[in-house]
Every structure is written in C-alpha cells, then in structure tokens.
Design a protein around this ligand. Structure first.
Ligand SMILES: [Zn+2]
Length: 343
C-alpha cells in the first residue's frame, strides 16, 4: 500500500474537511486521570507492559538511569551532570518501544524533524497524510519553534487497538473515544475512526508547549480547537471552518445578560482555572471563534507572535491585541460578536 499521499489531492482535501467535523474531546491540558504513575516501573519488571517500555526507552535515550544503581560505599555524594538529550536516540528508542509494544507491522515516518508518526496497522493512510499536511502548515508562518524533543503520534484506525493501548499503558480505558495528547510521554494518541479533527487539534499542544510555554489555556485551546475543523486550501496552508462549537456560543451570545455573555474582555481576563471551570465548553467555543475571527483577517499569527514575544510585559495579551488590531478587547467585542452571529 502506498505509504501516504503527498500534498492535497482534491479528494484528500474533501476527506480531511469532512472528517474534521466529527465531534471530539480534548484532555490534553488537564492533569489526565489516566496518566501513568509518576514512579517508573523498574526496568525488567515482569509487570512492565510494552507501552510503558516506551517511557523507559525514552529515558534511556536521554541518558536517565532506568535501573537502580548498585549499592557501593562512597565518601561524598556526587552530582551527575544533566545528561545530554539526543533527538536521534530518542526517535530510535521510541521506534523500538512502539514496535515492541504494537507489533512489527507498525510503519513510521518522521515529520518536521521531531514528530514520529506511527501507524500500527501497517498503513500510513489518510490520518498520516493529514498529520503531515497540518504539521507543515503549522510551521509555515504560524508557529516558530519546533519541539526540541521527540513527540510520538500513534494513529490507530479503530477503537479496539486504541482502547487496548490505553489499557496496556495506564491499566484503564482511554478517557475519551477520540484521542488525546499525553504530556508526560509526549505522545499524541488518536482513534481515527470517529474523525481526524482530534488529530489536528492535539498536534497543536506539543507545539505551543515549546513555542509559547506561558500561553494561557484559552489561547492554547483556542488555536487547537480552531484547527479541529479545517481545510487545506493549498500546501502549507490550513484554515479553520465552522464546527459543532458554534451553536452553543450563538445561544449564549443571544440569550445571556451582558454580565455573563461571552465577550473578548472576559476572554482576555480568563484565568486557567476559570477556563477549565463549569463553563469550559462555552469557553472553548469563545476562544475558538476569537482565533477564527482573527485568522479571517490574517491577524491571528501577528497577534500570537506579538503576545508570545512580549509576554513578560504583556501577560494578558491586551497590548499585543492593540498592537495588532489597533483596538482593545472591549473596543473589538461588538465587531467580533456581530461576526459570530452572522456565521
Ligand atoms: Zn486541547
């Protein structure tokens, strides 16, 4: 089978856009309830599953100890220098651990230097093609800094192998049927069957983690969810489209009193714990459609870069918005709301 299609045949674009409308969930930035325990399994433990070995292999590649040191007398504690991280070694270790855990049919491709795409089915199909197109676009005039360490992207074709991976890795089911990014192992795990919107969403998170680590949740999730329904107009280009988050936002804009209505001033003032609070779903929608609105004016990336590069003196991003759009969040709120209502 062909490993993947190159950029964007028309059918690939239509497929990608259609799949992008599938519903999805995001668990990337919350402390994942299914995350592996902090204490690593001892190397050689009979209980260590193959996917857990992925972590051990990654530690080995980074030079971190994976077995207890022998008990020897010493007169003074020695401080080991931080081991040098070697990307090629990490990629090799991940390849080996994934193959050991998921089988020798697994096909691999390294994209944008640090993303190890892995297809356990043996076919780098449409999900791999979309991952490649999205990553190329993300680093084409959008994000600047690629992750310095490898990120695994596991593309499962269906729920059974996807669920089996979570069970082997964390001893319980995946927290979402769609996919997620696990920060600790730097791994995106996708069930492609319900759609690929989760893939384009989750790939944003390891990039923001590296490119703008101070970014608040609302910006991180706003950009990620902007790209969960997408099209590729041409190679190196990605644009979001309307999706399932719109009706809830419209309802809130139309029905709520001014004090609780979604607004740009509220968004810019939104602390992470508020974003993740009881209105999380609406907050995602507000952030998404703010990013979408900026991108229709080709202002999303100038704004993002201005905020990222000036974060120390502009922690809320308001100055970056004024520098980009010439107005404050409050001054832009009515225009943004009118745009959303007209979608
Ligand atoms: Zn997310």
């Amino acid at each position: 089978m062909k490993p993947h299609r190159p950029f964007a045949s028309r059918s690939a674009l239509v497929l990608a856009a259609a799949l992008a409308f599938a519903p999805l969930a995001c668990t990337s930035s919350k402390p994942a309830p299914h995350q592996a325990p902090e204490a690593p399994d001892p190397a050689g433990s009979a209980a260590a599953t193959a996917p857990v070995a992925l972590e051990a292999a990654a530690r080995a590649a980074s030079g971190a100890p994976s077995v207890a040191p022998p008990l020897v007398a010493s007169v003074a504690p020695s401080v080991e220098p931080e081991p040098r991280y070697v990307l090629a070694d990490d990629l090799d270790a991940r390849r080996k651990a994934i193959t050991d855990g998921l089988g020798p049919r697994t096909r691999f491709e390294v994209v944008e230097e640090t993303f190890l795409i892995a297809a356990p089915s043996g076919a780098l199909g449409s999900s791999a093609a979309v991952a490649k197109m999205a990553l190329h676009a993300y680093f084409n005039g959008r994000f600047s800094k690629k992750p310095g360490r490898a990120v695994s992207v596991l593309l499962f074709d269906a729920a059974p192998p996807y669920d089996a991976y979570c069970l082997a890795q964390w001893s319980h089911a995946c927290s979402t049927p769609f996919g997620f990014y696990d920060r600790r192992t730097r791994t995106v795990v996708l069930n492609a069957a319900p759609g690929l919107g989760t893939l384009t969403h989750e790939l944003v998170h390891p990039i923001v983690e590296s490119d703008f680590p101070q970014a608040p949740e609302w910006l991180n999730e706003g950009i990620a969810s902007y790209f969960e329904a997408y099209g590729f107009p041409r190679p190196g280009e990605i644009r979001g489209t309307r999706n399932f988050r719109l009706p809830g936002l419209l309802a809130a804009l139309r029905a709520r009193p001014e004090e609780t209505r979604p607004s740009l001033p509220a968004l810019f003032a939104m602390r992470n714990e508020i974003f993740r609070g009881e209105e999380e779903s609406l907050n995602y929608a507000t952030a998404r459609y703010f990013c979408y609105w900026l991108d229709t004016q080709d202002k999303l990336w100038p704004f993002y870069r201005a905020w990222r590069d000036g974060f120390e003196s502009d922690p809320t991003g308001e100055r970056a918005l004024v520098a980009t759009m010439g107005k404050t969040p409050a001054e832009l709120d009515a225009a943004w709301g009118a745009w959303v209502r007209a979608l």
